[in-house]
Design a protein around this ligand. Structure first.
Ligand SMILES: N[C@@H](CCC[C@H](N)C(=O)O)C(=O)O
Length: 281
């Protein structure tokens, strides 16, 4: 099984080319591939499959040639992965499966078709406009924080830290507790603090994230979009550009009237071969 390893601001993925949808990918195999000691290691798997050849992509095949079959590192599915989409596009471009010229490049996902633009070293993807729809709480180490529930195709809970509490002091080795009545399918939890003003933006936020299905990661693209939407709401704005600094670098989010652009670096770092029989008991 051939693979490529890539990341977007440290959110890392094992990319599996499978144009005809022939791979027998199971939750157990995905978890074994993502294991950082016994496998390749990654926050998730991106299977590159023709939309027409995937049951969840076929309906979108007229709009997009490729389907991003995203899996979390624990072997669960997610509807959307913003950094994954950016790394997926980098893979398509570097492997001659798509061309950078012309209009934005469409990619089918479980949350619909997203479109990508190449901006020098960065790749930007246009996703749905985040919807801030409820209030809830997250509890971490005995501390309960209020937060905003945000739908970016996948579920997020954005919690601002109280003044005086440092992001770096949070222990994210354990999952935050959340209200399963608000998030019946689980949730990605973002913890945020204000950043210094950044030229050319309408806001700057520092963020750490505990991802559903992947634990703490160095970056989460959809999480950054959720954070930007909350920052703009708190500034009484409907649209604007927000810089979101994650442990793995900077993402730039532009929320428009009807969509949301997520921009940042996306790189491929290695290729190799996986022998599934050596990963599974
Ligand atoms: N890291 C991703 C989000 C991946 C999916 C998430 N863990 C979920 O289960 O919803 C991103 O960059 O958006």
């Amino acid at each position: 099984m051939e693979f490529t390893k890539g990341h977007g601001t440290g959110n890392d993925f094992v990319i599996l080319p499978d144009p005809d949808g022939a791979l027998d990918l199971t939750p157990g195999l995905v978890a074994a591939i993502c294991d950082r000691r016994r496998g390749v290691g990654g926050d998730g798997v991106l299977r590159v499959v023709r939309a027409a050849k995937h049951p969840e992509g076929a309906a979108l095949a007229a709009e997009a040639e490729w389907f991003m079959d995203y899996w979390n590192s624990d072997g669960s599915f997610a509807e959307m992965c913003g950094n994954g989409a950016r790394v997926f596009v980098r893979y398509l471009l570097e492997n001659g499966l798509a061309t950078p010229a012309g209009a934005a490049l469409p990619v089918a996902t479980r949350a619909g078709v997203v479109r990508a633009r190449i901006e020098a070293d960065a790749i930007a993807v246009e996703m749905r406009r985040p919807r801030v729809y409820d209030a809830s709480t997250a509890t971490l180490g005995g501390l309960t924080l209020p937060g905003a529930a945000v739908d970016v195709g996948n579920p997020h809970l954005v919690c601002a830290l109280p003044v005086g509490l440092e992001l770096g002091s949070l222990d994210l080795t354990h999952a935050p507790e959340y209200d399963a009545r608000v998030f019946p399918a689980g949730v990605n939890v973002e913890f945020i603090a204000p950043g210094e003003p950044v030229a050319g933006t309408d806001g700057h936020v520092l963020m750490r994230v505990y991802e559903r299905g992947s634990a703490e990661t160095l970056s989460c693209g959809t999480g950054a979009c959720a954070v930007a939407a909350v920052a703009l709401r708190d500034a009484a704005r409907d649209t604007g550009t927000v810089a979101v600094d994650v442990p793995g670098g900077r993402l730039t989010i532009t929320v428009t009237d009807d969509s949301c652009w997520l921009a940042g670096p996306a790189v491929l770092v290695a290729t190799g071969t996986i022998t599934p029989a050596t990963l599974l008991p």
